[in-house]
Design a protein around this ligand. Structure first.
Ligand SMILES: CC(C)(COP(=O)(O)OP(=O)(O)OC[C@H]1O[C@@H](n2cnc3c(N)ncnc32)[C@H](O)[C@@H]1OP(=O)(O)O)[C@@H](O)C(=O)NCCC(=O)NCCS
Length: 179
């Protein structure tokens, strides 16, 4: 477990999920799905049962190149970071896809940076990941600033990847090579 502090002095603990966290994790994703449109799923689309979430945690924790890390304040989940790799393809299992989300009331306090630091260091040490990849909406300046701060570079633009209420949004593909 890692203990750190937000910019305003709140104690944040980073820890791996346990199968018993399933309910809290589902509630967290349902909550952030309501708070932001920047995620890949919309409000109401995180339809995972506790059994499925629990099985997923078990699988991730047993994997060398997949990770879920929880940022906790007291006993509440305030952020989740993930690295997802495809082990069915030998040619691409060195690519870890990064995901990150913080509860709205805890944004801009430095928790995203604490999680990013952990995710990158974990990738450097897992002996498998050589490239961290992510996709972010082009109109998400906070996330793009965060990724650039950690050395991610833009690889390209995907036009009109997201459609919300009659509008199309571009995405930026970013990556960090692990030395
Ligand atoms: C993106 C997200 C994960 C960032 O987490 P966070 O805890 O708010 O991030 P931090 O506080 O560590 O850092 C944010 C950085 O953005 C900067 N920032 C804030 N507003 C900004 C703006 N409008 N333009 C540019 N930079 C901005 C901050 O100054 C800070 O940088 P600094 O630490 O160098 O000062 C969080 O805002 C979030 O979950 N958003 C909703 C979901 C999302 O967008 N996920 C990413 C999908 S790809």
């Amino acid at each position: 477990m890692i203990i750190d502090k937000t910019k305003n002095g709140i104690e944040v603990k980073l820890r791996l999920p346990e199968e018993t966290d399933s309910k809290k994790i589902i509630e967290f994703y349902k909550q952030v799905g309501k708070e932001t449109t920047y995620l890949g799923f919309s409000d109401g689309e995180y339809q995972v049962t506790e059994e499925q979430q629990s099985a997923s945690i078990k699988e991730i924790n047993a994997s060398r190149n997949n990770l879920m890390i929880l940022a906790m304040v007291n006993s509440a989940i305030v952020g989740i970071g993930t690295i997802s790799s495809n082990n069915k393809r030998m040619k691409s299992k060195h690519v870890g896809v990064l995901g990150i989300v913080i509860k709205a009331e805890y944004c801009n306090m430095g928790i995203g940076s604490i999680l990013m630091d952990y995710l990158i260091e974990w990738c450097k040490s897992n002996k498998e990941t050589a490239k961290i990849s992510l996709t972010v909406r082009r109109d998400n300046p906070v996330a793009i600033a965060l990724y650039e701060k950690f050395g991610f570079e833009t690889e390209g633009i995907l036009k009109g990847e997201t459609y919300i209420n009659g509008r199309y949004f571009d995405s930026v593909v970013m990556a960090l090579m692990i030395p």
